[in-house]
Design a protein around this ligand. Structure first.
Ligand SMILES: [Zn+2]
Length: 230
């Protein structure tokens, strides 16, 4: 607890005065350009590896960076997605997995979480990725299997995202882009999913495409809702 209090005191005395203007600007409204859905793992901090400022990213974190399919499950992740897309009008949603993910390890060995019924049930949303890996890949090195599962889980969760009506509608309108990333904790690198090649490549290789990403514009018909809810 002492560490938490010390951290806040440091924020109050150093960081807050430094960014006072930004916090004043953000006090009444937020206009994040992107939503990031990533793992709850303490080593994965998108605000750090993207070097974003407060107000830029709408972040949703959960065990295994999972997006339950819309028709199967309505919970906090679905609500966050709907709000980010329909009210805030984010232009991008990034699903970001990561290296050494405990949730992916548990997906490979479900017996390891038998005593954790909530985790076990939640990870069922990643079973589709395990099936893809089991059927199509046969690595001798378990590390390669884990890496492939982590990638396929990101692809599966992107598929689940498209089942959300708010997401499907804005993709159809050309106002929203979906992106899949895997962050490597040790190397500090990101691989991004290339849908044309159906393969993950260094983010730098797909940066050329990023120029064509849609810009953040709240949906016109929802302006009243935006004002009411923000
Ligand atoms: Zn994880």
């Amino acid at each position: 607890m002492q560490r938490l209090i010390q951290g806040f005191q440091q924020f109050r005395s150093v960081s807050f005065p430094h960014k006072r203007e930004l916090f004043e600007k953000l006090a009444a409204a937020q206009h994040p350009h992107s939503m990031i859905i990533t793992c709850a793992d303490s080593r994965v901090v998108p605000e750090v590896f993207i070097e974003s400022e407060p107000g830029e990213l709408f972040v949703c974190r959960n065990v295994g960076n999972i997006v339950p399919p819309y028709a199967q499950f309505t919970g906090g992740v679905s609500a966050a997605i709907e709000y980010a897309v329909a009210v805030l009008g984010v232009a991008n949603i990034v699903v970001c997995g990561h290296s050494d993910c405990g949730a992916m390890k548990a997906t490979l060995k479900p017996a390891a979480v038998d005593a954790l019924p909530a985790v076990s049930a939640w990870l069922r949303h990643a079973h589709v990725a395990k099936q893809v890996v089991d059927t199509n890949y046969h690595f001798e090195d378990p590390a390669q299997t884990l890496c492939k599962l982590t990638e396929e889980n990101v692809v599966a969760q992107l598929d689940h995202l498209r089942t959300h009506p708010s997401v499907a509608a804005r993709i159809a309108g050309g106002q929203l882009g979906l992106h899949g990333w895997v962050y490597d904790i040790e190397a500090g690198t990101i691989k991004a999913y290339c849908s044309q090649r159906r393969h993950f490549v260094p983010l730098e290789e797909v940066m050329a495409d990023s120029a064509g990403w849609p810009s953040a514009t709240p949906p016109a018909r929802l302006h009243n809702t935006v004002e009411e809810l923000q």
